[in-house]
Design a protein around this ligand. Structure first.
Ligand code: FES
Ligand code: FES
Length: 186
């Protein structure tokens, strides 16, 4: 990453706190940087403003528009992606993420086969308008892998960061329960 300020994911809040505390900044954050993002198994070379979020890098620069921008404030979960298999709200994560494996909704299906969680959402009618659905599915996969799909209450608790304005929650819980055994089998 030529001239980038860092090589790890940098939560915006942490970065702002460091700057307020007088930590030296490697360069003017308004200057563009070269960064290679590893997205859905492929390297993507970008020349972007150092302040670009992962969400904007995906949607605006890579045209991967599956991840949705809802609140842009880390409160709705619509932008959830997996980074190194952990769920993150991509609207609050800077794109200076070389070496990190980013998985988006576009990276789940293989050939003609939906991911088990995608199939479970279809089978259980777990979406209405579909706007929150990519974030719900990414979060649901992580929820299962974290071991938090043991009961309806657990699923509701650990999916509570993903808001659905259509209130498809009962069907989402049913979808997570359906997909969990298959995902845990690997
Ligand atoms: S758009 Fe990121 S949490 Fe709402
Ligand atoms: S399906 Fe419409 S917001 Fe969730």
């Amino acid at each position: 990453m030529a001239g980038a300020a860092g090589s790890a994911l940098v939560p915006i809040t942490a970065r702002a706190a460091a700057q307020e505390a007088g930590a030296p900044s490697a360069q003017d954050p308004g200057l563009p940087v070269d960064v290679t993002l590893h997205v859905n198994g492929k390297d993507k070379r970008l020349h972007i403003d150092a302040r670009t979020t992962v969400l904007d890098a995906l949607r605006e620069h890579l045209k991967l528009t599956g991840s949705k921008k809802g609140c842009d404030h880390g409160q709705c979960g619509a932008c959830t992606v997996l980074i190194n298999d952990r769920r993150v709200v991509s609207c609050l994560t800077l794109a200076l993420a070389e070496g990190q494996e980013i998985t988006t909704i576009e990276g789940l299906a293989t050939d003609d086969h939906l991911h088990p969680m995608q199939q479970a959402f279809v089978d259980n009618d777990a979406f209405q308008c579909g706007y929150c659905t990519p974030g719900q599915i990414m979060s649901a996969i992580a929820c299962v892998k974290e071991g938090h799909a043991g009961s309806d209450a657990d699923i509701r608790e650990y999916m509570s960061g993903n808001i659905c304005r259509c209130a498809a929650y009962p069907n989402i819980v049913a979808a997570v329960k359906q997909a969990a055994p298959e995902i845990m089998k690997g």
